[in-house]
Design a protein around this ligand. Structure first.
Ligand code: 13P
Length: 256
């Protein structure tokens, strides 16, 4: 049984002061939540301060991006070992905003994934189709390409520890989220491909989470879909109470 995984992607929101205040406030609220994996991905300037504020708690920390080289003349970039050194354990790779606004491709996603795994970071790798692609009924083909090229060369062991975030681009920040049927179909397809290409054991252990306009009032429906193992939450994770509600409502029913 996979533990629900709920991650806050703060994107380019919150100063160091605001990020640390958030963690100090939510930390006691979630201290007894042992049946959900909780991760916060602040902007890079706050990664280390958030690691310190979350020290010895059940809150994990992620960076939102990285570069694949270890070091070098790459102005503005940070490497996987540099992220690891902050104490963060996760890194988001290939978010659709990075693909759409900053030119990332399945090839660069693959290089970043490989470097993250080599540095013992857990990648949260994002995939998902645009509205045009969905309307052309290409969703499953796009997902196949993103999985095949993005995860190329990874082993079954890598896949077992990976978090895959299915984020339909048309559902991000739009208030329009996938219906349970649309999310269910995409997640079942992703799990099926992972099983086919990396084996049943790896596919069963890999977390496949949903992202796109997740809020306290829709998380229960999404989390109850069999192949949805949690959520990557943008806007609704910026508010302590809102994020806490999402965590609470994603807990396995028996424990709530
Ligand atoms: P919203 O929850 O704001 O739609 O953002 C989703 C997202 O992109 C998470 O990575």
């Amino acid at each position: 049984m996979r533990t629900p995984f709920i991650a806050a992607n703060w994107k380019m929101y919150k100063t160091v002061h605001e990020a640390v205040a958030f963690v100090k406030e939510i930390r006691p609220m979630v201290k007894d939540v042992h049946d959900v994996e909780i991760v916060i991905a602040p902007p890079l300037t706050s990664v280390r301060p958030v690691v310190e504020a979350a020290h010895a708690s059940n809150i994990g920390v992620a960076a939102q991006n990285m570069y694949w080289e270890r070091e070098g003349a790459f102005t503005g970039e940070v490497s996987a070992p540099m992220i690891k050194e902050t104490g963060a354990e996760y890194v988001i790779i290939g978010h659709s905003e990075r693909r759409g606004l900053f030119g990332e491709t399945d090839h660069t996603v693959n290089r970043k994934l490989t470097a993250a795994l080599a540095a013992q970071l857990t990648p949260i790798v994002c995939i998902g189709e645009t509205l045009d692609e969905r309307e052309r009924e290409e969703t499953l083909t796009i997902l196949d390409r993103q999985i095949k090229e993005g995860l190329d060369g990874l082993t079954a062991d890598h896949i077992a520890g990976l978090v895959v975030a299915y984020e339909p681009v048309w559902a991000i920040g739009t208030g329009r989220n996938a219906t349970p049927q649309q999310a269910g179909e995409a997640h079942a397809h992703i799990r099926g491909r992972l099983r086919q290409w990396f084996g049943g054991l790896a596919a069963d252990q890999c977390h496949v989470i949903y992202g796109g306009s997740v809020k306290a009032d829709n998380i229960r429906d999404l989390a109850s879909i069999p192949d949805v193992d949690g959520a990557l939450v943008g806007g609704a994770s910026l508010d302590v109470r809102g994020f806490f509600e999402i965590i609470t409502r994603s807990r396995p029913a028996a424990a709530v």
